[in-house]
Design a protein around this ligand. Structure first.
Ligand SMILES: Nc1ncnc2c1ncn2[C@@H]1O[C@H](COP(=O)(O)OP(=O)(O)OP(=O)(O)O)[C@@H](O)[C@H]1O
Ligand SMILES: [Mg+2]
Length: 316
């Protein structure tokens, strides 16, 4: 677990970037730092690996104050990924990934580097290219592979996916979650995109100007119970819709599906799907309906958009 206790950072020019920060980042989970520009997210992240030293309070990993640890040793256990990947332009993809094992002194681990590249979705053919010969999304993948190279238990990621277009970004997020499901690292991710925070975060810490925490909670808690006006505004006007992802569809009353009618062109959902899935289907269906099917894809019944709205009214 990573803990911030009463952490403060005042820069020499007097700017207070972080003030009185108390926060816990659970082991093996993704914690997302989100908030408007300049509110102290990057500063907080960098105090974990001592790229920035706090001027008050304590940052600890598993109960050990990071200031008691030699910075070089500390950083071997902490992968770091930044926006635009921060690759060395004069080194090949493979050598970029190998930078870290060299740092760790394990010698050339070419096979391991190739395996990592493969894991983040880059075939061996990319190994000898230079960063300028890659797309933004591919560069970002190299950045993630490099951070994973020393197999650190902790990963810090500062806006890791923000330099790519929305489609590539969604892809990278999905791949990243799949990887994390296998690896179970303790991860801190900075973003200013609440959608990204909701997708990636097990926990979300919402920062406000001056390095104060506005709220910490699960995505569901933030969307359904914003602590105050600031969080409410930050999670945005769509929060009602986003919040549907956390509402079950199981108790929707089904209308009988006419025997003999074809399922062709009907949007279908299953037990366990969220109300957001059902709403998306009914809103894009010409008839405003969606069909519930069983595990074998057989129709159980259908709902109309109105039924979902009624259910939401009842739950209010
Ligand atoms: N070296 C520095 N000296 C003085 N002030 C600094 C320094 N680094 C950052 N700051 C200030 O500290 C505050 C927090 O900066 P920080 O980079 O942590 O913000 P952020 O939340 O990551 O913002 P963004 O979303 O724009 O990246 C800002 O007001 C910034 O100008
Ligand atoms: Mg920042």
């Amino acid at each position: 677990m990573i803990t911030f206790e009463a952490v403060r950072k005042q820069f020499p020019d007097g700017t207070v970037a972080v003030d009185g920060l108390d926060l816990e980042l659970p082991t093996g989970r993704i914690t997302v730092f989100v908030g408007p520009s300049g509110c102290g997210k990057t500063t907080s992240l960098r105090m974990i690996n001592r790229m920035i030293e706090p001027t008050g309070g304590t940052v600890a990993i598993d109960g050990k104050d990071v200031r008691a640890q030699d910075p070089a040793t500390l950083r071997r256990g902490i992968g770091y990924v930044i926006q635009h990947a921060g690759l060395f332009p004069h080194k090949t993809v493979l050598d970029n990934v190998l930078t870290v094992p060299k740092l760790v002194g394990r010698g050339r681990e070419r096979n391991r580097a190739l395996e990592l590249l493969e894991r983040v979705g880059l075939p061996a053919a990319f190994a000898d290219r230079y960063p300028a010969q890659l797309s933004g999304g591919q560069q970002q993948r190299v950045g993630v592979a490099r951070a994973l190279a020393a197999d650190p238990p902790v990963m810090l990621m500062d806006e890791p996916f923000s330099a790519v277009d929305p489609i590539v970004r969604a892809q990278l997020q999905e791949e990243f979650l799949r990887l994390q499901a296998e690896l179970g690292k303790t991860i801190a991710i900075v973003t200013h995109d609440i959608d990204e925070a909701v997708v990636l975060g097990d926990r979300i810490a919402v920062f406000r100007q001056g390095g104060h925490l506005a709220q910490v909670g699960t995505p569901e808690e933030l969307l359904t119970k914003p602590a105050d006006e600031f969080v409410r505004n930050f999670v945005g006007r769509d929060r009602g819709y986003r919040g549907l992802s956390f509402q079950r569809s199981d108790d929707l009353l089904l209308h009988p599906f006419p025997a003999g009618r074809s399922l062709d062109g009907e949007g279908t959902f299953r037990d366990g799907d969220s109300l957001r899935v059902v709403v998306d289907l009914t809103l894009t269906s010409p008839t405003g309906t969606a069909v519930k099917v069983d595990a074998d894809g057989r129709p159980l019944g259908f709902v109309h958009h109105r039924d979902v709205v009624d259910l939401l009214e009842q739950r209010r």
